[in-house]
Ligand binder design. Structure first.
Ligand code: ZN
Length: 288
């Protein structure tokens, strides 16, 4: 989710090694996944603004400061794209979903903060985009990216390092922060569930799942988060069909008795309710 920068360190060390080729680096609070082998370096997400020095130091440790060839952005938020300019200036090709490029190319309104976010400079925007899937090979590593429609923004993607069985999912997994739904892009809770099911279908029990924030997850941990979201979805569908707004939803206990808590339930339910109204024709088979 987009939020004003705040320090949230779920990892104790700035670098967490997953395999000899893959590591998670602290990008100013958010996660950067780094793949490196003699054939090159690939990153998933570039960290938060003002974390460039820290990121470069970590890259030096993980990859001897070699040149980053490719940077995938899981979505357009600044805490995943903060060092895009820096990496592009070093020669990296930025690849993302076409909607991510569009959101980064124009000023846009952030309703909850009552302000515009400025368009990003051209150097920060993806040079290469796709609509559904993108695949590439680096040495023995097969990398597969795919679109996760309307899960958190309108341009979320996963990046799956298939040979190493490591799956970066951006903010479509949210083990630490409240799940974010940018309803003004079209994102909604139904899209989020569909996306989580796509991700589960890619995984096995050995897959390491890298969220935008927080510790690396197992498939079982991700499934727990998915099942909680499914329960919330069912409850929200019921309440919105009764004409409830976010305050009535909260009062009805839609977030009660679950194995997770919300830091800002009002914002989550406001955004969720907006998304539900936008997608009202998908709430029930009987609603046309
Ligand atoms: Zn986000």
């Amino acid at each position: 989710m987009w939020a004003a920068p705040r320090i949230l360190r779920a990892q104790t060390a700035p670098v967490v090694r997953l395999t000899d080729k893959l590591a998670v680096v602290d990008g100013g609070g958010s996660n950067i996944l780094v793949f490196s082998d003699p054939n090159g370096i690939v990153l998933v997400d570039s960290g938060a603004p003002q974390s460039g020095e820290q990121m470069m130091a970590a890259l030096k440790e993980v990859a001897n400061g070699a040149k980053v060839q490719t940077l995938f952005n899981t979505h357009y938020h600044t805490d995943q794209t903060g060092n895009n300019e820096l990496l592009a200036a070093g020669g990296a090709t930025i690849i993302a979903h076409e909607r991510t490029r569009q959101w980064m190319s124009a000023d846009y309104w952030i309703p909850s903060e009552d302000r515009y976010e400025k368009a990003r400079p051209k150097a920060a925007r993806p040079a290469q985009t796709f609509q559904t899937t993108f695949t590439s090979t680096l040495g023995s590593e097969k990398i597969q990216c795919g679109y996760l429609p309307l899960a958190h923004t309108s341009g979320d993607i996963y990046a799956f390092f298939k040979t190493s069985n490591v799956l970066a999912v951006g903010d479509v997994a949210s083990p630490v922060r409240d799940p974010g739904l940018d309803y003004f892009t079209g994102a909604w809770i139904g899209g989020r569930l569909d996306a989580m099911d796509i991700l589960l279908s890619l995984c096995n029990e050995q897959t390491r799942i890298v969220p935008a924030y927080g510790p690396v997850m197992t498939r079982a941990e991700f499934k727990v988060e998915r099942d909680i979201m499914e329960e919330v979805r069912v409850r929200l569908f019921k309440q919105v069909r009764e004409g409830d707004g976010p305050k009535e939803m909260l009062a009805a206990g839609v977030l009660s008795g679950l194995a997770r808590t919300w830091k800002d339930p009002d914002k989550f339910l406001y955004d969720a309710a907006k998304g539900l109204w936008a997608h009202h024709n998908k709430l029930d088979h009987n609603v046309v």
